[in-house]
Design a binder for this molecule. Structure first.
Ligand code: ZN
Length: 267
């Protein structure tokens, strides 16, 4: 007979995800491991994957209309209105166990750095110091008229207050947060560095990315082509699953801390 009062505690550690042992082994053997992270790493921090259908902040709107550079230039007010809830959530979001696990791996000398598609800055908040933000970030904004750059700090209020627009203090032009919108070139220097990391790594840990958006989607392929091992931790299947050494379809905030705990202090 089942005794309900003896049930599992609410926060049970759970069974070891299949593949974790091999992931620990590969990560322990690696000398130049890097990570590639996507929106799935920040969803446990309450940030929606705004590009993902069904779960996205803008799921009922065409992302090309909402998040494109043209939309910003032609309808900045409408653009910022739509971006506001996302910006507000980013500004108050805190890193989760997945971010902290990656920071811990870097601190232990087990991870060279993180390439991220996220614009929320949570890797740095968690303590990661080598982060390539290939889709940009919200810490700075650029004037669309004179191209001067400013820290976003003083402009955060106009950015999140309905009905107001952040303006360049020099020329009065609109300030666009330094996130890369659809239709916009990714920063060449960052992409070049990301490719260098990928071509010289011996392991790439893909976490919380469904690898649907290039060039991030191409990076694990390039790593594997250059001889690296590949570990994928993501809820959904990815186009890279068949080429990876380990695929764990599970929660990054549950898996990465276990990986870090076993790898970080093993040496
Ligand atoms: Zn300006």
């Amino acid at each position: 007979p089942c005794n309900r009062s003896m049930a599992e505690p609410a926060v049970a550690p759970g069974p070891e995800p299949p593949g974790l042992g091999l992931a620990v082994q590969l990560m322990s053997q690696a000398h130049r491991a890097i990570a590639l992270t996507g929106a799935g790493v920040s969803t446990p921090s309450g940030l929606p994957d705004f590009r993902s259908p069904g779960t996205g902040l803008w799921e009922h709107q065409d992302p090309m209309q909402v998040a494109s550079l043209l939309a910003f230039r032609h309808h900045p007010q409408a653009f910022l209105e739509r971006m506001r809830p996302f910006a507000e959530r980013i500004l108050t979001a805190q890193p989760n166990a997945a971010h902290r696990a990656l920071a811990r791996l870097e601190e232990a000398g087990r991870l060279q750095g993180v390439i991220t598609q996220n614009v929320d800055g949570l890797h740095q908040k968690a303590g990661s110091s080598r982060v390539l933000e290939i889709h940009g970030h919200l810490r700075q904004a650029t004037c669309v008229a004179c191209y001067r750059e400013f820290p976003t700090g003083p402009f955060l209020e106009p950015l999140v207050l309905p009905g107001s627009l952040p303006r360049c203090p020099v020329c009065g032009g609109l300030l666009k947060p330094n996130i890369i919108l659809m239709g916009e070139q990714l920063p060449h220097d960052l992409i070049r560095r990301a490719r260098q990391w990928v071509e010289s790594c011996d392991l790439i840990l893909v976490a919380g990315s469904s690898l649907e958006i290039t060039p991030a989607a191409e990076l694990p392929y390039q790593a594997v082509e250059h001889g690296a091992r590949c570990i994928i931790v993501n809820h959904q299947a990815t186009s890279m699953d068949a080429r990876a050494d380990v695929v764990i379809h599970d929660d990054v905030a549950a898996v990465l801390p276990r990986l870090a705990a076993e790898v970080a202090y093993e040496r």
